[in-house]
Design a protein around this ligand. Structure first.
Ligand code: NAD
Ligand code: MN
Length: 516
């Protein structure tokens, strides 16, 4: 059967609104002329300066405190997904490089890091945190260029939380015995860490900071499309005079990651990424004494009750799904609305997505940047098409997308049923599936009806309802009357196919200690 072409329902603006915001407003020139589209109001362009930061043409591996050419002699390009322009070349690490890195990490562990008093380890972590703060604007610009996410997110969300993670864990380094009273926390040894592309520096901070605070040493691999800021972080480690070998950065591809997981001298694996790869890694460590924590996909329900403050809830829904273009494992990608307020919520949502500004991720007014990579864009397109084929109605922002770069407009689907693929599979894009419920019991049942269990949101005026519902939701994180808020002190992690183990808080520390 030939797939039907999606017919996008035009978003109908009220007459009054339509005058103020013509459907196809004239293009406003930004600095980069290829990124002018979809701007409905005459904001002056406000691009963040990216010219003052020097990006070397090539970035090597970071092994034993030094930048080292890869054994393969090969490098790959990393591009800016908003323009498809090449940014720089990144070293392709292989099993030989991983072996060198693990040896360096083992030496550093035995000779220096595990022997160092916690208060001394803490000093390094404080120093790293402060340098990150000093260089925060530069790191935000690089993160935006390499990953595609809007500068206002990298600048105001990612980087402050990255620094906060180092500060928070610096504080724990000499207080571990208080975190686990009556027990003796000891480090695990060399930890291998593999992270995805959606929060490159933030995922690195979530993994490196607790590992170092507990006295472990690290071999870490970023995602192929977003290696730049982690290599930059390695330069910060040098600047902080972190002892050589304590953190090693091996850039590369999936096989590079496999080499880390399979290395016999690695004591623990911490992975964030897709459920599919997570399952493979769990298989690889079976029969070894390696520990493993997995932070995998999600399909979170954002549940809006009829007694919720609607306008606040609309903002929460928007933040839940369109933050970081929906490249968020805990994104509120399923909206469950109580039937009585459904028409009102859908109308408000239609109007609200129309005001989201898509465009140059380096512009400070941009809400929606570029999709991180082409396969991801194709996956989003394919899943939305499947929703249309299965009978859902697709509502999208009306705007012209540029020819170059990877773009997808904010979208939501109505008329979705629980069996639709868009209700079950992780889309990992700016696409919301809207469904309804009648009773709180039905809301819980629908919310729990996926293989995942990472996060959820509840919107209601009644505190008692929040407590009742929260305990019935099979999700690691539940936000009440807010969404997508992160703090180093709160543990984060999933139920079911969303993985196991927690990151952040005391629970996160426990994942990097042997507790006897
Ligand atoms: P992925 O699982 O393919 O990759 C994550 C990391 O694992 C990357 O560093 C990758 O190089 C590495 N890797 C890949 N294959 C490996 C292997 N065989 N052995 C060891 N390491 C390996 O995820 P992705 O390509 O970044 O994204 C694909 C999908 O994963 C997305 O579409 C999304 O649904 C999901 N995802 C989830 C999260 C999350 O936080 N839960 C984050 C990013 C992506
Ligand atoms: Mn890139």
């Amino acid at each position: 059967m030939a797939a039907t072409k999606i017919k996008f329902k035009p978003v109908k603006l009220s007459a009054k609104r339509a005058v103020a915001a013509p459907r196809h407003a004239p293009v406003i020139p930004l600095n980069d002329r290829r990124l002018n589209f979809g701007n409905k109001w005459d904001y002056a362009p406000a691009p963040e300066d990216s010219k003052n930061y020097i990006i070397a043409p090539r970035h090597e591996l970071f092994i034993n405190g030094k930048f080292t050419a890869p054994h393969s002699g090969k490098h790959f390009d990393t591009i800016n997904p908003a323009t498809e322009d090449k940014i720089t070349e990144i070293a392709l690490g292989d099993a030989e490089d991983v072996d060198l890195a693990v040896r360096a990490a083992r030496r550093a562990y035995e000779k220096v890091w595990s022997k160092m008093p916690g208060r001394e380890r803490g000093k390094y972590l404080y120093r790293i945190a402060r340098i990150i703060q000093e260089k925060s604007r530069e790191l935000a610009v690089l993160e935006t260029m390499d990953g595609g996410k809007p500068i206002k997110e990298t600048r105001d969300v990612d980087l402050p939380i990255v620094a906060a993670h180092f500060f928070y864990h610096a504080g724990w380094a000499d207080k571990l015995q208080y975190a686990f009273p009556g027990r003796t926390p000891r480090p695990l040894g060399v930890v291998g860490q593999i992270i995805p592309w959606n929060f490159p520096l933030l995922m690195a901070a979530w993994k490196i900071a607790p590992a170092l605070a507990c006295g472990n040493t690290v071999v870490i691999k970023p995602s192929k499309t977003t290696s730049l800021t982690l290599v930059r972080l390695a330069q910060i480690f040098q600047e902080a005079e972190l002892p050589e070998g304590v953190v090693n950065v091996i850039t590369g591809v999936g096989e590079t990651g496999t080499a880390i997981v399979k290395h016999p001298d690695v004591n623990k694996i911490a992975f964030t990424g897709s459920t599919e790869i997570g399952k493979q890694l769990a298989q690889m460590v079976v029969g070894t004494d390696k520990r493993i924590t997995l932070e995998l996909g999600g399909k979170a329900a954002n549940i809006v009750f009829e007694d919720a403050p609607i306008d606040q809830a609309i903002e929460g829904i928007i933040a839940g799904i369109y933050f970081n273009m929906g490249h968020v494992c805990c994104a509120g990608s399923r909206l469950l609305v109580q039937e009585s307020i459904y028409p009102k919520v859908v109308k408000k949502l239609r109007d609200r997505i129309q005001t989201l500004r898509i465009g140059n991720p380096l512009d400070k007014n941009t809400d929606i940047g570029a999709i991180n990579n082409k396969p991801q864009l194709e996956k989003i397109r394919e899943l939305v098409q499947s929703g249309a084929d299965e009978g859902a109605e697709v509502v999208q922002t009306q705007c012209k997308l540029p020819e170059r770069g990877y773009w997808y407009p904010p979208t939501f689907l109505t008329g979705v049923t629980a069996s639709h693929r868009v209700a079950q599979e992780e889309i990992f894009g700016p696409v919301l599936s809207v469904m309804t419920f009648r009773t709180p019991e039905e809301a819980v049942e629908r919310a729990n009806n996926t293989p995942y269990g990472l996060s959820a949101g509840v919107w209601t005026d009644k505190g008692s309802k929040i407590f009742k519902i929260v305990h019935q939701l099979r999700a690691g994180v539940v936000w009440a009357n807010t969404y997508n808020k992160f703090d180093p002190t709160s543990p984060f992690g999933g139920y079911k196919e969303s993985g196991f183990g927690r990151e952040g808080g005391i629970q996160g520390l426990a994942a990097y200690c042997r507790l006897d």
